[in-house]
Every structure is written in C-alpha cells, then in structure tokens.
Design a protein around this ligand. Structure first.
Ligand SMILES: [Zn+2]
Length: 161
C-alpha cells in the first residue's frame, strides 16, 4: 500500500471547559495537510480508560480523508535527544531545517512519550564538543589526536502545560 507524508501547518490552542471544572484547560492541537489528498485535519489522538491512563499522539497512523498510511514519525523522533527528567531536549542543527522545526519536533516527541502537550523556553543554538575516549586532564593534546567532534546543537528547556 502507498504511504503519504503529512505536512505540519500550525498549532491551535483550544480552551477545554467542563461543568465541574471552571478553570479552562488549554490544549494545543496540531493541524496537518496530507500530501496525497491535500485535506487539512487536526491530528491529535488520545485514549483514556480501558487500561490506559492517558496516551496521546500528535498525528494518526492514517490520513482520515484518503486513508493512506502516514509514514512513521518514530525515525524522525529519534533526532530529539532527551535528558532523564524529560525537561531538556537537544537536537543536532543539521537534522532540522530551522529552529521552528526543532521546536515542533520536540513537542511531538514529548507528546508521544507522555501524552501531554508542553511548552519550551530558553532555546539556544550553540557549538558543543563530544568525545568517546575523553581527554587527559592537564595535558596539551593536538585536536587531530583526539576523537573530539564539534557540532552545533539546539537545546531548550521543556515543561508540560
Ligand atoms: Zn490524505
């Protein structure tokens, strides 16, 4: 069967109010366009109860209009690196077209792990060094004799809404 891609269009904030809860809850929903049929739709899917406390994804497996399978986002989500507390996300600059795409993918990844939407702040793009072998303290080592790599990383702080 063919597969389609979906293009992220924008996010919309929705106020949710219930009779027993007067404080409106804000839910952020993502709007996509299917590249096969060009219909636009809100992608968010959630399930509650039936053994699930709360589980959510930002986009469905199939386009709700033409029924084509949507290419997996799991591979894409691997580009987002999380710390253990899930409050700092990082991504290599070269994996993203721009900062907006990085933020969008952080939010999507967070939602797939936690079922919740999130906010991001303190976004920075900076050069970082990494080494597998490490370098000895108090020595002078030519860079070419190390396995040090220098790459530009986006980093941001993340908190649930
Ligand atoms: Zn479609």
């Amino acid at each position: 069967m063919d597969k389609t891609n979906i293009k992220f269009i924008n996010e919309i904030d929705v106020d949710i109010t219930t009779e027993d809860d007067n404080e409106p809850q804000i839910m952020t929903l993502s709007v996509y366009e299917c590249e096969a049929c060009h219909w636009r739709f809100v992608g968010d899917c959630n399930r509650y109860g039936h053994g699930y406390t709360s589980e959510g994804v930002q986009s469905p497996n199939y386009c709700p209009m033409c029924g084509e399978r949507i290419k997996e986002s799991a591979e894409e989500n691997k580009k987002i690196v999380w710390n253990d507390d899930m409050d700092v996300a990082s991504g290599l600059e070269k994996d993203f077209e721009n900062m907006d795409e990085f933020i969008f993918k952080v939010k999507r990844s967070f939602k797939e792990y936690t079922g919740e939407s999130c906010q991001t702040e303190n976004l920075v793009l900076q050069a970082c060094v990494a080494t597998g072998k490490g370098i000895e303290a108090e020595t002078i080592t030519p860079l070419v004799e190390t396995d040090i790599i220098i790459q530009n990383w986006y980093t941001c702080e993340v908190s649930s809404n």
